[in-house]
Each structure stands twice: as structure tokens, then as C-alpha cells.
Ligand binder design. Structure first.
Ligand SMILES: [Zn+2]
Length: 139
């Protein structure tokens, strides 16, 4: 279901709780909402009002991906980049790694399965932005 975007800084600043397989419906809401937005590449659950660690993003082939409980494990080659956020207006500068190792859970047949993934470039950047949202951190 498409949900309205949350722009309230106070609720976006609350660290999100770990997600479980019971949050499958939330993941679907995130996918539906992301698909409804022009020019959006990623969305975190608290941006649609649920303080859970679930995020969606478009991979380098523009295919939507879901991560439950993403954690940044390693980053290489940090640089300062300018970023925009759906949840506030002005672009801001952040430090992002060009190459990252992320652990997360994937929902497979109704259960969460631990995964890890190496990401680079733009995809690495938006996933770091999403992990920050899960921590209640805004750019
Ligand atoms: Zn954002």
C-alpha cells in the first residue's frame, strides 16, 4: 500500500527497532511507496511512519531490493558527497564510503535469512543513507 511520507524530524530521529519476518507487509508498503515516487532511489520504514529497520532501494539495474536490519560492516575510500533526502528539502554534505560491506536479513519463504553484500558507488551511497535513517540519523 502506498503510504504518505513522514517529514517530521522528531519522529525520523528515533532509532529504529530490529525488524522481523512479521514486517513483510511493511516491506511491501515500502516497495509500493518507492514505486509511486518520481526520482526516488531508496526509502526507509521510518519515512513511512514505522520505526523498524527495513529499507528498500533500487540497485544498479533499477531493480527494487529489500533489506531487513542492514548493518555497515566495512567501508573503503570515504569522500564528501552532496546528498538529498525525501524527508527534507535542502541538499547536505555527508561522508560516504565508495565501497562497503553490508550485512542484512532477507525474507525467504516467510523467514529471515542472514546475507551479506559488497556494494560500490551510487548503490553503496544510498544504502549508507538508508542505514543512517535506521539509526535515526538524518543527513
Ligand atoms: Zn533520506
Amino acid at each position: 500500500m502506498i503510504k504518505p511520507l513522514v517529514k517530521d524530524v522528531e519522529s525520523l530521529s528515533v532509532p529504529c527497532e530490529r525488524a522481523s519476518a512479521a514486517d513483510a507487509g511493511l516491506a511491501q508498503d515500502l516497495l509500493d511507496t518507492l514505486a509511486s515516487l518520481d526520482e526516488a532511489a531508496c526509502l526507509a520504514a521510518n519515512q513511512i511512519g514505522e520505526a523498524k529497520q527495513v529499507v528498500v532501494y533500487l540497485d544498479s539495474n533499477d531493480r527494487p531490493r529489500v533489506m531487513f536490519n542492514p548493518v555497515l560492516k566495512r567501508g573503503l575510500r570515504p569522500s564528501r558527497v552532496e546528498e538529498t533526502c525525501l524527508s527534507h528539502e535542502a541538499p547536505t554534505k555527508s561522508t560516504r564510503f565508495d565501497q562497503i560491506l553490508v550485512t542484512f536479513d532477507e525474507l525467504v519463504d516467510g523467514a529471515l535469512v542472514p546475507r551479506k553484500k559488497e556494494l560500490r558507488g551510487w548503490t553503496a551511497q544510498i544504502v549508507q543513507h538508508m542505514i543512517d535513517h535506521c539509526k535515526g540519523k538524518l543527513v
